[in-house]
Design a protein around this ligand. Structure first.
Ligand code: PAF
Length: 283
């Protein structure tokens, strides 16, 4: 496994692979890998001749009071997991090379970036869209894999790739959960044992909504109320948002149907967790 820091070196390797007719599969991450990332890498291994993992804690997608400085990092462990998953290249650039003095370009996917996480994290998706565009230009993937836990991120990137005619296939992969249902996230590392227990209210609310939907409930107002009462019963949980939206446009949904997205962000202590489910689809 090759560990590359320089943009020019990564581009040279990508071009050489392309000249040899190799397919490049790419999994962009901010590191502190968990089983969710591992499942993306395993899928990537089957999709490309060259599997590239990027590890870059992207400063421009963090707001002023967010967790950029304390974002968990463990390069040694990440490399061990990457090796186990058959990664060929780990691309881990320095922020100073990604954003040199004078950097001033931003990609904005206007409408999809507004609601949900965009509302509570202004500028976040511009930071994501900008870094992902840069990473695509550097790694030149044929296929890039993203987890559906970051549903809005996937929607933004899919739209951006279509709008800018970027020559890459974007694939969303299922949410990977712990055995008790907590969605895997690098931020779970922040949770104390009691907070970890409280965090299960997200999954419980999703299961309740799915059950009521399966039993015929179609009012998003009533589904919202059912989810709300589960989360509000958890003293450590503070809701950032809990919304039902169209799974494609992210417009508000008043009537639930197959394809309706239930998305939520909840603070447990200082940790903000997100989760989602698409009604009528597998969990
Ligand atoms: O999902 C993430 O880890 C990040 O948002 C991404 C896509 C790697 C961009 O920094």
């Amino acid at each position: 496994m090759n560990i590359i820091n320089s943009i020019a070196d990564m581009q040279a390797l990508a071009l050489a692979a392309k000249r040899e007719g190799k397919r490049i599969a790419f999994v962009p991450t901010m590191g502190f890998l968990h089983e969710g990332h591992a499942s993306l890498l395993c899928e990537g291994r089957t999709r490309g001749d060259l599997l590239v993992l990027s590890i870059f804690v992207n400063p421009i997608q963090f707001g002023q009071n967010e967790d950029l400085d304390r974002y968990p990092r463990d390069m040694e462990r990440d490399c061990r997991i990457a090796r186990e998953c058959g990664v060929d290249i780990v691309f881990t650039p320095e922020a100073a090379e990604m954003y040199p003095q004078g950097f001033q370009t931003s990609i904005s996917v206007r409408e999809l970036s507004q609601p949900l996480c965009g509302d509570s994290r202004p500028g976040h998706f511009d930071g994501v869209a900008t870094v992902v565009t840069k990473l695509f230009n550097i790694v030149m993937p044929d296929v890039a894999l993203f987890g559906r836990k970051d549903y809005q991120q996937l929607a933004v990137i899919t739209r951006m790739v279509a709008d800018l005619s970027l020559p890459v296939l974007v694939e969303g992969m299922p949410i990977v959960r712990e055995t008790d249902g907590l969605a895997m996230s690098s931020r779970n590392a922040y949770l104390s044992a009691p907070e970890r227990e409280s965090a299960l209210c997200l999954y419980r609310s999703i299961c309740t909504v799915r059950k009521q939907y399966a039993a015929g409930e179609r009012s998003t107002g009533r589904l919202h109320q059912a989810a709300l009462s589960i989360i509000q019963a958890e003293p450590a949980a503070v809701i950032d948002y809990l919304e039902f939206r169209d799974g494609t446009t992210l417009e508000p949904s008043f009537t639930a149907a197959d394809g309706t997205l239930m998305a939520l962000a909840v603070r447990i202590g200082k940790t903000r967790l997100i989760d989602n489910t698409v009604l009528g689809k597998e969990l």
